[in-house]
Structure formats: structure tokens, C-alpha cells
Design a protein around this ligand. Sequence first.
Ligand SMILES: [Zn+2]
Length: 303
Amino acid sequence: MIVDIHTHFPGRPINGAEERYFNELLKVRPGARSVMDDYIYASKPENYWIAMRPVDKAVCFGNGVFVPHVRASTDENKAIAKYVSEYPEKLIGFCHINLDDDNAVEEIRRCVEDYRFKGVGEILAPSTGHPGVLRSWRGEGRETTPRERCFLNNRKYFPIYEVIQELDVPILIHMGSEPRSNLLDVLSNFPELRIIVAHVGGFQVAETVSIMEEKRNLYADISGLSTSPFRLYNCLINAMEHHVINKLLFGTDWPYLGTTAAQYIGILRSMCQPEMEEMNLRRVPNEYMENILGNNAKKLLKL
Ligand SMILES: [Zn+2]
């Protein structure tokens, strides 16, 4: 069974706040145009189906934005619930909230109990986003908002972790530049909360793997590593050596990052081939790879 644990809901057009963020981002990072294109591409559900053809199950969630919602996007969750219910054999819903939403706790409970969503995410850690862009986008010289001063382990977010732990579903977090000590703090306060770190922590892959060894309830999805096969390979070997490879989960982050599920599965399976040894590289055992592709997620999501 192949499970893609990280896909974004197709069908939502880019909103005004996101457009403003990306326009600011373009000024400092010209390549950001492709992110805008990804949003437009993602607004077509037929593209999602083509991309998900090689997977048996796909976890589908909203688009995390750097813009505080104030109130959780109940409309987006409703739309995801409707979409998922049309394809119950294949799709699994996750609840979309922003940590600063006033109604986050009720929205999570509602989505898990009424919609039968199997997780929460993708949550953006409060420090996520290009710092310079966020500063100018929010207004230079303006007093920082409470959100800007917050980190993942701020006590005001604890009721959110509390309800997720109680409902016994995982939460998927995009860490951005959040210090890893904050993640450890959350994990220590919520020993039964299962956290999935997106992209194995991005540029902090090794740190994430070492925390995974320390904390049994920490998992990671490998979306985003497909664009850099050596980083991916190092991550898998590192995870194997730290005995956490069975907590890695396949994901594509559709429609972002440009690698399709089919391409990514091909890259992963190539790391199990005998040719690896001809290059003096260790092969990743097939058994581990099949676990990453689906068995680990199957267990985590209780499928
Ligand atoms: Zn994502």
C-alpha cells in the first residue's frame, strides 16, 4: 500500500492575502513565481487525480498560509470534508487550522468527530515564512503582533495540543526556522501527542532525526527531499542508523515542489537497487522502503 501523507486540497483559488505575500516574496526571491503557478495549478481537481494515480491513499489538507485567520477556516474544512467523502476509498482528511485561530480547539474537535478527519495539519509553526518579507508585508516599523512574538511552545497553544492528544490523532507541522528546542518542549509536555514534522524539518534534517530517536511520538514526512536526492539518501541512512526509519512517511506536498508521486516513488525505489553498491553506497532494504511508502502511515493513521 502506498500512502501520500502530505497533499494539499485542490480547488481553492489563491486568496488576496496570499497573493500579497507572494508579490512581496517576488521582490526578494524571483523564483517565487513558481509558487504562484502551483496555486493556480492546484485549483484544478483533475490535476490532483492525475498526480495521485500511483498512490492508494492520500491525506488531503488545506493550504497553510502565513496570514493569521483569526477564526479557523471552517469553509475550507467543509470543502475538504465534502471532497474526501466523495472518494472515501482513497482520500483522508486532515483539519486545517492556524494556531492563532480563536476557534481552533472547537474546529479540531468538530472536524475529527463530525467529519472523521484523521489528523490536523499542515500547521505552520509561527516562525514560518521569509522573515524580511513578513516584516514588510505586515508593515515596517509597526509593533509586532502577538503571533510574531510566538513560538510553537507558547503556552497559549497548549489547549490545541491538549485536544489533539485527547482525540488521539496526529498533527503535521511545517517547522520553518522554529528552533528544535521548542519542538522538544511541546513533545515533553504532551508525551502522547503524535507529531509529524513535515519535510523531516527542511534544513534541519539531522536534528529532526536525532529528536525522533529521543522521542518515540515524533514522526517525519519526507516530502520536499525529492528535489535533492543526496539529502534524501543521507536522511534515510541517518534514520536507519538511528533506528527511526520506521517513523518516516512518504509524502509529495502536492502541488508544490515539482516532483510527482510517480517520480518520487521511482527515486526512492532506486535507492534499494544493487547498483547502489557499485557506487560504494549502502542499499536501503526493500522492507524499509515499503514501510516508508505506506506501512508506517497505515499504522500511524490506524488505517
Ligand atoms: Zn505542504
